[in-house]
Design a protein around this ligand. Sequence first.
Ligand SMILES: Nc1ncnc2c1ncn2[C@@H]1O[C@H](COP(=O)(O)OP(=O)(O)OP(=O)(O)O)[C@@H](O)[C@H]1O
Length: 610
Amino acid sequence: MLKQRPFLIETLTAVGLIVAPFVLPHLGFAPNTVNRILVWGLFGLGFDILFGFTGLLSFGQSAFYGTGGFVAAYLLTRAGFSNVLGALVIGMIAAAATGYLIGLIALRRTGIYFAMITVAIAEVFFFVEFNPLSDFTGGENGLPGVPAPSFNLGFTTIHFTDGWSLYQFIALCYFIGIIIALRIVRSPVGAILSAIRDNPLRASAVGHNIHGYKLTAFVIAAAYAGFAGGLLGVLQAFMPPDAFTFDTSGQLVMQTAIGGRGTLFGPLVGATVWLFLQDFLQSALGLGAAWKLVLGVVFVLLVCFLRGGIIGGLVDLYGLVFGKHKRTEAEPDAEVTQPPAPAPMQARKVEHPAYSGPILKATGLTKRYGGLVANSDIDFSVNQGELRGIIGPNGAGKSTFFKMLTCEVPPTSGQIVFGGRDITGLKVTEVCQLGLTKSYQVNQLFTGLTVRQNLTIAALAELRGKFRLDLFRTLSGVKGLTEQVEHTLALVNLTRRADTPVSELAYGEKRRLEIGLALATSPRLLLLDEPLAGMSPRERVETVKLLKSIARGRTMIIIDHDMDSLFELVERVTVLQEGRVLVSGTPEEIKTNAAVQEAYLGGVHGEIAA
Ligand SMILES: Nc1ncnc2c1ncn2[C@@H]1O[C@H](COP(=O)(O)OP(=O)(O)OP(=O)(O)O)[C@@H](O)[C@H]1O
């Protein structure tokens, strides 16, 4: 997420665009090269939102670049449409609509499969342009005669013909493009896109409809591509057929990687390097087609040694020169030993206020993995305000049971009722939205973000619901967000570490943040899967103290192997063995239960938590 320094980036961009025509000619840049760089930069703004911010690597952006470009060019050259800006906007809308339809299909898969689908889609569009639609697109001849923009102001008409004159129009388009892109990445949607890039599983588990947000990023990228494609036709007075080629998509990916992904300006910087090298090596050094060899070497070196691209490298250098304080190990955390007593956080509204039974009731819950029965015929219920512990030997089925309760995995048979509502078969996102969530046995954090940003992602899910298109709202405009995040920071004793990146946290702090992520969604029922796992004895003592303070007024179910600590925390304990409920009772009853001792000690009697 970009730092929110009001209007600094916007102002610097405006200044850069204004001085560029006075400075760049002295550096050997022709106006046409600068205009091409801006078109690529604009194309890349949307792509960076998709790739850099959301983590979706598409090789199919040429499909939308070509669609927007050819729709605009067709309107201006064959359909008698004379308003250039209007044609560009229509082209952009056509590309966005195409992006929506393609996204519905492509986003059904992730990772390499998503990338492969986008390659295939780009190829289909290329074929369609050259064959069935060649009457409209001009086939291999493209569409010549695209007019330059002009604006009639009544008393005079402004013409943006070519060179630095056309630059003014393209620079204005780029400036509007960057303003919109900055608003998007600073909005709640932008924050959630970064969370999806870092950990899609957790983003959906805290209650966000990640498919909806990914589709949004896909459509935004298509819209930018469509507008940039239209500008390409205007810039060249001709819509070239190669807009649709796979090379176009590949060049965009490489330029973004060279400049720095997740920075918005990376594609612009990458395009500058690319086009400058192209002009310089081809014309000045007379390398001809061999210039791509040099580009290839530059690309490999950059990817190997500057993983954040040129902008990422500059940011790192800035950090080094100006001595950004980097901690390698955790500072002593005085707060841990003295947990504050924050005001109780409001649990969310009860969905069925008339319902008075247990908050959670599972009946006949069974989970089979092929021939292996992980859980078998479990009947289980928890009352409002209860603190329940679950214990059992390794492989007893405890985590699987939690996964079924939170609807991460569907049960093979059985029913789960939460707050009076049958939630069997719902999605994890919906269940979290109803107020049932868990902290994970193995940390599932947003590792590229800070502690505060992590908790913000979780709190946004509760405050905004699973999907909302507030693309132009700021995070500070989300009512109650700051309070909820600050409150959760205090609850898990991470206030002093709020702006620390997750990668710099000590293990115990990461475990507390893991619990914090679940807490920040204000759950009505909180499940904690081995919250003490992997902690040192000191961290355990502190975390138990912390859990006691969190537990006040909440309904919680806790799995842990540390029975001393667990028995200190909970009122009742359920013991699982070989996927079945062995027994339930108070900690005292469980400690002395012969069957439990048998399960743990293989028949050697004695108190298990002595
Ligand atoms: N996705 C899966 N596919 C196949 N088998 C699985 C899967 N998940 C769990 N199991 C099996 O189900 C059984 C119960 O596993 P589970 O992780 O629920 O136990 P657990 O009580 O949480 O164990 P631990 O205390 O070691 O975390 C184990 O035999 C495990 O190997």
